[in-house]
Design a protein around this ligand. Structure first.
Ligand SMILES: Cc1cc2nc3c(=O)[nH]c(=O)nc-3n(C[C@H](O)[C@H](O)[C@H](O)COP(=O)(O)O)c2cc1C
Length: 370
């Protein structure tokens, strides 16, 4: 049987030679000071240019959007230059790359916030979880997340503007497009899920209202750089960082339907049990039906991620559940993952101890096949 995983597909106007994408992966190794992509980051992405599409690690759109130590940004001139070197290297190696746009919302710490302010959120609710901060000696340590401040309507408008500028910056840096990160318990997800959004204004309450910020961000970004350059990532039913929705079977298909109006390059969904860095719980039994509803509602290209191997990815495409499959941890350990999957070669095993922060060890030293 001919492989469908290794058949071409076009997203927006960008032809991809196959369907094995690299999922967005935070590695917390941006150059300091300034969270600027450096030569080691360039080499890491260059090594992985055989992906159908690289989606970069989540990249903060503003200082306010940062929640973890040493993650890169896309809001200063130095960061744009740093990303330009990444995009150039990936293109020179024959690859394609979208930059993932990130605002963490409440998953942050005053030490990252302008003026040491409290992190921002839809509602001032406590956050179950910790974030990775830098202590006085410059070491990374896990820190408690304080109860955030609820955003004003003016604060929300400023964030939509920041997304627009960040998308423009990404294109100026030579990216092929951007992926709007609307999952994993970060700002846009915090608005979507009823558990974290207790607002009573136009951004809370009904499904329409809870989806409003995402749709405003999508409208701003697509009008700025063109819808064919924009993807959206959602993690329906993910529980990471206190997410939860009263009616996910209504909320997420609604979003998939509303995103049709935008004519996006793709919609990217993550299997709910795999949203965090570990498989922390069994998938909700409602997920399969929700995923199929979203597939039916969304008329564009659909990407799936979360726990795939070559065989299950091939099946997902053959069964029509997905058009593209993104791989996370396998791409950390296998810079030449598409070739290995295509030839059924053995895979290197990723080492979780070097996922976040550190040096080239566990980052650029995983071997490719000879
Ligand atoms: C080290 C690590 C960092 C991650 N960083 C991000 C990120 O920046 N943005 C994002 O949307 N997902 C992130 N994820 C989730 C992955 O994109 C992916 O959905 C998850 O790892 C499941 O896919 P896999 O089973 O192929 O690894 C991260 C996962 C890992 C393991």
């Amino acid at each position: 049987m001919t492989s469908q995983l290794f058949s071409p597909i076009t997203i927006g106007q960008l032809p991809l030679p196959h369907r094995v994408a690299m999922a967005p992966l935070t590695r917390s190794r941006a150059g300091q000071p300034g969270n600027v992509p450096n030569a080691m980051n360039v080499e890491y992405y260059r090594q992985r240019a055989s992906a159908a599409l690289i989606i970069t690690e989540a990249t903060q759109i503003s200082q306010q959007g940062q929640g973890y130590a040493w993650t890169p940004g896309i809001y200063t001139a130095e960061q744009v230059e740093g990303w330009r070197a990444v995009a150039n290297a990936v293109h020179a190696a024959g690859g394609r790359i979208f930059l993932q746009l990130w605002h963490v919302g409440r998953v942050s710490h005053p030490s990252f916030q302008p003026g040491g302010a409290l992190p921002v959120a839809p509602s001032a609710l406590p956050v179950p979880g910790k974030t990775f901060i830098v202590d006085a000696d410059g070491n990374g340590v896990w820190g408690d997340i304080p109860t955030p401040q609820a955003l004003t309507v003016e604060g929300i408008a400023a964030i939509v503007h920041d997304y627009r500028v960040a998308a423009r910056n990404a294109m100026d840096a030579g990216m092929d497009g951007v992926e709007i990160h609307a999952g994993n318990g970060y700002l846009l997800d915090q608005f979507i899920n009823s558990e974290s959004n207790h607002r009573t204004d136009a951004y809370g309450g009904s499904i329409e209202n809870r989806a409003r910020l995402l749709l405003e961000v999508v409208a701003a970004v697509t009008s700025e750089i063109g819808a064919e350059h924009v993807g959206v990532r959602l993690t329906p039913m993910g529980r990471f960082m206190g997410m939860g929705d009263a009616a996910p079977e209504a909320t997420f298909p609604h979003i998939a339907r509303r995103l049709n109006d935008a004519s996006l390059a793709y919609l990217h969904l993550v299997e709910p049990a795999m949203v965090g860095t570990v498989k922390d719980e069994a998938a909700d039994p409602r997920w399969d039906a929700i995923m199929r509803r979203m597939r039916a509602e969304f008329r564009g290209v659909l990407m799936l991620a979360g726990g795939y191997d070559g065989a299950s990815a091939e099946r997902a495409i053959a069964d029509g559940r997905a058009d593209i499959v993104a791989f996370g941890r396998p791409f950390i350990a296998n810079p030449d993952l598409p070739r290995r999957l295509k030839t059924s070669a053995a895979l290197n095993i990723p080492n979780p101890e070097t996922f976040f922060g550190g040096t080239a060890a566990g980052y650029t030293d995983y071997p490719a096949l000879a």
